[in-house]
Structures are given as structure tokens and as C-alpha cells.
Design a protein around this ligand. Structure first.
Ligand SMILES: [Zn+2]
Length: 418
């Protein structure tokens, strides 16, 4: 708990003349008990900090932060999750003891946060530059927050190396073997707040770049340890699998991959490449625009894609390095887009297979803005915490699906590994 928070609490308590509600002397050191849940590391169980003065004060939303303190903190006394990231106001404002102080890790009850613990196989420690590509993508998200900021704070906590003896090279079957590692290296007290991921070698004997445990879910693996990959490919795969964890599919709302008007790294065309955005290359992004339906029967290079409000032509014009049929073409999403990659912009419309399925008869529905569709609950795992401190924020089972079956197409081969 920060000094400011303690001061606010003490002030609220004394202002109201209460001294028996909660714990008036908010201790510096929290009580902890140690348990060994990770190899070689003593970690502590989550012991809640003293409930802030709410025993005798109104706490309308039942999040264990009483209304007067919520007012001081600028959080919403009528909503236990002011910023809508599934981490409740108490956890984000006061954290928990035992080494799980979300506040110390940078959580903010008024700005969306996503926490990921990342462990890695030998020789696969991620570089900060690679992680920053994904962190920056989330920071630039077109998502508004109660504190007036835009973006999402992605906390990737790189934790520890999996020992060579524990680093199962084939992870087959993937989740059985993954759970053995997770059981040893992931502190259980993080489960209500963190996604867990591994930078691993392979899974299920294939060349797939990674897999998420479901859509949404709270576990995923990036399995590029066997391949020589670039920083962008690694970062794109990390963001792609995390995307499944937060509810995104290969077609955004559906599993139809390669939809030409779905401009997201969830679309396999972009996982290893990203986009040109604002003059920068290889920018990783989920879809930030809505693009109108397009028919392969009538493709027009001059008019390119059509925006769906509130997306504008100007928004589309910022996005370039578009890809169809495994080739990057010139132009941008708004105009002069060389769909057939023949080096010239044709004025007349024509039929073109844009998703590589061998047909020119497909009509693709309007695409979604991914950033506004994220699911923060980790498939029902994130948003729960110690009973009495963090209430169930409402598990949504609606989107729970069996683990994703990755298509074999996004394997690493010589062409993709350039
Ligand atoms: Zn995928």
C-alpha cells in the first residue's frame, strides 16, 4: 500500500470519527506465511491487507473499499470494478500481502490492466525490446479509461527460467505437460489476476507457433524455441496467443481466418508481420477499425475498403502493408490498394480470391474493432480472489469454448522465417 493510500485511509477514518472499523493502524508489513509453490523460490500465500475502514462505513458496491475512500481515490462507489478490467478496485488500490501487491506492480483501479506471468525455457529468455512491441501495442489501444487516459497497461512479468530438466521439449499432450510445469512454477495466489504463459519449444509434435488454452482463457504457450525467428514474429505470436486469451478469434468474432477486411494480427496474414501504421513498419495491432463487408466478386483497388462508423476513411488511410494470399501489397486500406499485387492500380472492379480458399465467391462480413471487444476475465478465472475481499464480478460462460485447434498453416517455414 502506498503512503498516499494509507494517508487517505487514515484521513477518512479520523474525519468520520471512527476508530474501530477495519484496522486503523495500517501496518507497513503485511502478515505472510510462506509456502513453496515454485521450484527453488519461497513464495507467500495471499493474505489480505486490512480492510480499509469499511466495517462500519457504507460500501455500496461491496468491493471492500468503503464509499468515502472510493471518493478519495476517484473510483466508482457503485461499481466494484471501476475500470472494467475484471480486477476489482480493492485489489488494484491496495493489493494483497504475501508478495502479490498489484499496486506495487503498477495496477491502477482507474485504468485497464492486464497481468501476464511469463516463464521461459533455457535460451529463450525474452528480450525487453520484443516484449515492448506488445506492451506498446496495448498502450496505444483505442480504449478509454475512467482516469481520462487511453490504452491498456500490459504487465508482462518475466519470472523465471524453467530448468532444463523441467523444460519438456514436445509438450505432448500440450496442456497435460503444461500443467506439470505450471504447477511447479506459477504461484497459485496469482491465479485470480494473471495469465500464465511459457516461451517453450514445441507442442504436440508439430511446428505450430503457439496455442491458447481457449477463447477466452488464462494460459497460453509460444512455441517458437525450435525455430530461428525474428523479434517481430516472436512478439506477433505472443500478442496473437494473448489475443485468444482475451477473447479474439482468427476472424475476430468467428473462426474464419484470412478475411481480407479483418485488419488484426489475429488474422494469420499479419501474425508474423504486423501493419504499417503512422509511418512505422511491423506495428503489431489488433483490429482498431471496422471495415464494411466486401465481396470477392467486385474488388476495386481505387476505393479499397469502406469504413463502418465510427471508423473513417482517414482511419483506414493510416493502415498499410496489407497482405493478401501471403503477399504484401502497396496502398492503404482507404485507397489505391493493389489487391492483386500486379504493380498497378486498376480503375475497374474485378473478381479476386482474397482469402486464398480457391474461390472468388466469398462475401466477408463487416469486421469488428477488436479493442472494444476484449474479454478480460480469462475465461472465468480472472476476477476472483480471496473470499470476502474481492467479490465474484460475474463469470461469463458465454464465450467458453474448447481449446483452440491451431490450423497447421501458421507453422514456421523458410518463407516465414526470413
Ligand atoms: Zn490463433
Amino acid at each position: 500500500m502506498s503512503k498516499l493510500q494509507k494517508t487517505l485511509l487514515a484521513a477518512s477514518v479520523s474525519l468520520l470519527g471512527f476508530n474501530g472499523c477495519g484496522s486503523p493502524d495500517l501496518p507497513d508489513t503485511e502478515t505472510t506465511e510462506t509456502v513453496s509453490t515454485r521450484q527453488g523460490v519461497e513464495v507467500a500465500t495471499a493474505i489480505p491487507l486490512p480492510i480499509p475502514a469499511c466495517a462500519l462505513l457504507p460500501d455500496t458496491d461491496g468491493d471492500a473499499v468503503c464509499d468515502v475512500v472510493e471518493t478519495l481515490l476517484g473510483t466508482n462507489p457503485n461499481n466494484p470494478d471501476t475500470d472494467g478490467d475484471r480486477l476489482n478496485d480493492y485489489a488494484e488500490s491496495f493489493g494483497f500481502g504475501g508478495g502479490l501487491d498489484l499496486t506495487a506492480l503498477g495496477a491502477n483501479a482507474r485504468r485497464k490492466d492486464i497481468f501476464v506471468e511469463a516463464d521461459y525455457y533455457p535460451n529463450q529468455q525474452p528480450t525487453q525490446a520484443m516484449l515492448n512491441r506488445v506492451i506498446n501495442a496495448f498502450a496505444n489501444a483505442p480504449v478509454t479509461n475512467p482516469d481520462g487516459s487511453t490504452g491498456i497497461t500490459l504487465h508482462i512479468v518475466v519470472d523465471q527460467q524453467i530448468t532444463a530438466a523441467d523444460a519438456d521439449l514436445d509438450l505432448s499432450p500440450v496442456w497435460t505437460d503444461f500443467d506439470v510445469i505450471k504447477g511447479k512454477y506459477f504461484a497459485a495466489n496469482r491465479a485470480p489476476y494473471f495469465h500464465y504463459m511459457l516461451f517453450a519449444h514445441r507442442y504436440d509434435g508439430g511446428n505450430s507457433s503457439g496455442i491458447s488454452r481457449g477463447i477466452p482463457a488464462h494460459d497460453f504457450v509460444v512455441t517458437l524455441g525450435f525455430a530461428a525467428v525474428t523479434e517481430v514474429q516472436l512478439a506477433g505470436t505472443l500478442m496473437h496467443e494473448l489475443g485468444h486469451n482475451i477473447g479474439l478469434r482468427h476472424g475476430g468474432t468467428d473462426n474464419a481466418n484470412y478475411k481480407p477486411n479483418y485488419l488484426s494480427i489475429m488474422n494469420y496474414q499479419y501474425q508474423f508481420y504486423g501493419f504499417g501504421i503512422g509511418g512505422l513498419n511491423n506495428v503489431l495491432d489488433y483490429s482498431r477499425v471496422r471495415v464494411a463487408s466486401i465481396s470477392e466478386q467486385s474488388v476495386n483497388e481505387v476505393s479499397a475498403f469502406t469504413p463502418v462508423a465510427p471508423t473513417t476513411e482517414a482511419d483506414l488511410a493510416k493502415i498499410s502493408a496489407l497482405r493478401f494470399n501471403n503477399a504484401q501489397v502497396t496502398g492503404n486500406a482507404s485507397t489505391n490498394l493493389d489487391f492483386n499485387n500486379n504493380g498497378s492500380i486498376q480503375a475497374t472492379s474485378y473478381a479476386r480470391d482474397l482469402d486464398g480458399n480457391g474461390s472468388t465467391a466469398n462475401v466477408f462480413p463487416a469486421s469488428q474493432n477488436d479493442w472494444l471487444a476484449l474479454a478480460y476475465d480469462g475465461g472465468g478465472q480472472i476476477g476472483f480472489a480471496t473470499s470476502g475481499i474481492t467479490q465474484d464480478l460475474g463469470r461469463e460462460e458465454l464465450y467458453l469454448v474448447p481449446p483452440e485447434k491451431m490450423e497447421p498453416c501458421l507453422t514456421v517455414d523458410a518463407r516465414d522465417a526470413r
